[in-house]
Design a protein around this ligand. Structure first.
Ligand code: NDP
Length: 464
């Protein structure tokens, strides 16, 4: 019987790639999949790594083929499948054996599972980077007791992406901290993608550019401040040709975006935490709206669609708008994590979070390195106020304003960039307009207000 270093359950897209990555890094990995033929096929296709991959047909075999104390990664769909696998595995394991849920669990469920586990070792880790990341180096956000992380971190660090030799795998905190950070990562990802899609919309509908030229523009931006995986793949998507029709790929893809829930969880949690993340919220709303194809067609028939030509902004303005929008949406995500850290008592390592996102994950970008530096200097400051990003915002917020204004006049929907601009303007207005809200609340509900010249619980002369 083998003495594999680690076990893995669930040989789907992510699990298969992760198992190969583990084997590739010199560890023996025992694997089990609900459908046995998938296990066999996986092992048969392991090629040069087949000596490191140990297929098993039953959970008992899987457990028996692991060295003690055992560690088993679950890479199955979030929700019931995770609970089912834990329930099936636990009776077969010793008290010091560890279960690691590496799927996209809701962090509340990870909190619950960690508490249910009691003294039985359990980790919830967020893994980002899609199939390629899982195979060649994902970004890994660990959650659970530090001692449990330390037991398996040599494997998780070995398989993670590296940024200038620094591993993109870090322990984030207890219980669901890792899955929470992964959810916020995905929320930021939604906003980043949405802002890029909005820039595409201006180029396509306002500026009349063809996909190939749009692709060239994204490529050019990828050589500057916007250098990132998402900018790079947007260029490739825009320049791709449909083998079936010979048309640009973008023109044959239905404009209804899918989602699996992590963006929604982030927005719901932000509301619970009372922390504003409007650009992320707008991005989730935009995906929901995108699925209303029939209703949008009805609206177009009723009001007419053809956006007006947008001639008074340049591609440089659009690039500047995206730079400003990107900083604003990341600032919101980090603000949310700071608030959650306080609320849940996690002490989330914000600079390290920026660091583990620099490689391996979907939002990896050049800017994240500067964010890591800014957060290292002052982890409590809104990223927008860090000198480097304040400079970028000073240089680019007018471009964002021009683009949002031109899009509004032209009739191009811009939910994420426009809400990002509103956040920026609100965050640089020392005296806003909530005094009117307080006056209204006191008028109808006697809720009281604080006076600028001192004292709380005042009431207005409304009845006079
Ligand atoms: P897939 O659908 O490709 O694979 C799912 C795997 O889980 C299969 O091996 C399947 O086995 C197994 N499975 C499904 N239901 C059960 C069950 N009830 N009990 C036991 N095994 C089950 O999913 P992915 O690999 O894409 O995703 C796995 C996890 O990783 C999810 O939580 C996902 O959100 C997360 N994730 C996915 C990413 C991606 O880009 N795809 C990125 C980051 C995280 P069988 O062969 O028998 O059907």
């Amino acid at each position: 019987m083998t003495n594999a270093d680690i076990g893995l359950i669930g040989l789907g897209t992510m699990g298969a790639a992760l198992a190969m990555n583990i084997a590739d890094n010199g560890f023996d990995v025992a694997v089990w999949n609900r459908t046995t033929s998938v296990t066999r096929e996986f092992a048969n296709n392991a090629g040069d790594l087949s000596s490191k991959v140990h297929p098993t047909d039953t959970l008992q075999d899987l457990v028996a083929s692991l060295s003690k104390p055992r560690a088993i990664i679950l890479m199955v769909p979030a929700g019931d499948p995770v609970d089912q696998q834990i329930a099936a595995l636990r009776p077969l394991l010793d008290d010091d054996d560890m279960i690691i849920d590496a799927g996209n669990a809701n962090f509340h469920e990870t909190n619950r599972r960690a508490r249910d586990a009691g003294d039985l070792p359990f980790l919830g880790i967020g893994v980002s980077g899609g199939e390629e990341g899982a195979r060649f180096g994902p970004s890994i956000m660990g959650g659970g007791k530090r001692a449990y992380w330390d037991r398996v971190s040599h494997i998780l660090i070995a398989i993670s992406a590296k940024y200038d030799d620094t591993p993109c795998a870090t322990w984030m905190g207890n219980e669901g901290a890792g899955h929470f950070v992964k959810a916020v990562h995905n929320g930021i990802e939604y906003a980043d993608m949405q802002m890029i899609a909005e820039a595409y919309g201006v180029m396509r509908d306002g500026m009349g550019m063809v996909p190939d030229a749009i692709g060239d523009t994204f490529s050019a931006w990828d050589n500057g401040t916007l250098d990132s995986y998402l900018t790079e793949i947007s260029a490739k998507v825009a320049k791709a040709t449909d083998p079936k029709t010979g048309q640009p790929m973008l023109d044959v893809i239905v404009d209804a975006a899918g989602q699996k829930g992590t963006g929604r969880w982030t927005v719901i949690e932000a509301q619970h935490l009372a922390t504003p993340i409007p650009a992320i919220d707008a991005a989730v709303v935009a995906r929901n709206l995108s699925s209303q194809l029939d209703k949008r067609a009805q609206g177009e028939a009723l009001f007419g669609a053809a956006p007006l030509p947008i001639t008074d902004i340049s591609l440089d303005d659009l690039e500047g708008a995206l730079i400003a929008g990107k900083i604003i949406c990341y600032a919101q995500g980090f603000e949310m994590m700071r608030k959650a850290s306080d609320q849940f008592g996690w002490t989330l390592p914000l600079p390290d979070i920026a660091r583990v996102w620099r490689e391996g994950c979907i939002i990896r970008s050049k800017m994240l390195n500067d964010m890591a530096d800014a957060l290292t200097n002052d982890a409590d400051r809104n990223l927008m106020f860090a000198p480097f990003f304040a400079g970028l915002l000073r240089a680019n917020h007018d471009a964002l304003r021009r683009v949002v204004a031109a899009a509004a006049i032209g009739g191009v929907a811009m939910p994420a960039l426009s809400s990002g601009l509103a956040y920026f303007d609100a965050m640089r207005t020392a005296r806003g307009t909530a005094n009117m809200i307080q006056g209204q609340r006191d008028f109808f509900g006697a809720h009281g207000f604080t006076r600028v010249d001192g004292g709380t619980g005042h009431h207005g002369p409304w009845g006079a």
